[in-house]
Design a protein. Structure first.
Length: 253
């Protein structure tokens, strides 16, 4: 297994699969975020792929969010903004992708991972896939992923996730609030549901799905600017002693 993580792709029967992996809970360092955004754009422009499946490797955590190893080493505002722009690039790549994206969530997901799950056009999860927006506890806040999460669950549920930053919310809670489309009892059923929907969509009209995608994301046309502004907020806050101390304590616990 690569120590720095990797992203792999595959296209079969008009289904494009993107899988990311990192040994630390499928967390996402800055370069991986940019590579993931580029991969989504590339697969979205590939005529052989009619639908995309976005997943992470293994049956453990779907995504542990931002890489703490990288966060603690951010020394200036520009570096901080650059890091959080990685999440902005991924979310905007998913938003602008002309293909429908199915997201497979096999386990717990935190912070930026919740944003990625929210940006899926159809997200299918395992029953163990609890979610948490832990950013406020870190001293930053879920600013970049906020628009994607709030778009799916609404302001009230987003407030619940954002304010109670230390609590996990169950996969069923996420389904009831619109973040997950389906919740499966076991990983075999999860893969069956993902594969069945992908095969179904792969046979549909690409032009019709492209037009549906535009309708589903109507009202998000300002996200290029909005998410950059949010990255600037996080890039400034991540420099605080509060955030540095929190990460140090977390890593030593």
């Amino acid at each position: 297994m690569p120590e720095n993580g990797e992203i792999t792709t595959n296209i079969q029967n008009n289904i494009g699969t993107i899988e990311f992996y990192h040994p630390k809970g499928n967390s996402l360092p800055g370069q991986m975020l940019r590579d993931l955004a580029d991969t989504i754009i590339e697969m979205g422009n590939n005529p052989e792929a009619h639908v995309l499946v976005l997943k992470s490797r293994g049956d453990g955590a779907f995504c542990a969010g931002a890489s703490f190893d990288e966060l603690i080493n951010i020394d200036d505002y520009e570096e901080g903004k650059h890091f959080f722009m990685g999440f902005a690039l991924v979310l905007n790549a998913m938003r602008q992708c002309p293909k429908l994206i199915i997201v497979r969530v096999q386990g717990k997901t935190v912070g930026g991972g919740v944003g990625i799950a929210s940006a899926g056009d159809y997200t299918i999860a395992h029953e163990s896939a609890a979610i948490k927006l832990s950013e406020l506890a870190l001293g930053i806040g879920p600013f970049v992923v906020g628009p994607a999460v709030e778009r799916k669950v609404g302001t009230s549920a987003f407030s619940t996730l954002s304010v109670d930053a230390s609590s996990w919310n169950s996969a069923e809670w996420a389904r009831e609030n619109g973040l997950f489309s389906k919740v499966c009892e076991n990983h075999f059923d999860l893969d069956e549901k993902v594969n069945a929907l992908a095969k179904q969509l792969a046979d549909y009209s690409p032009d019709a799905m492209k037009e549906l995608k535009k309708v589903l994301w109507k009202g998000t046309e300002d996200w290029d600017k909005l998410l950059e502004e949010r990255a600037e907020i996080s890039g400034r806050l991540v420099l605080s002693d509060f955030t540095k101390n929190f990460i140090e304590e977390f890593k030593s616990s």
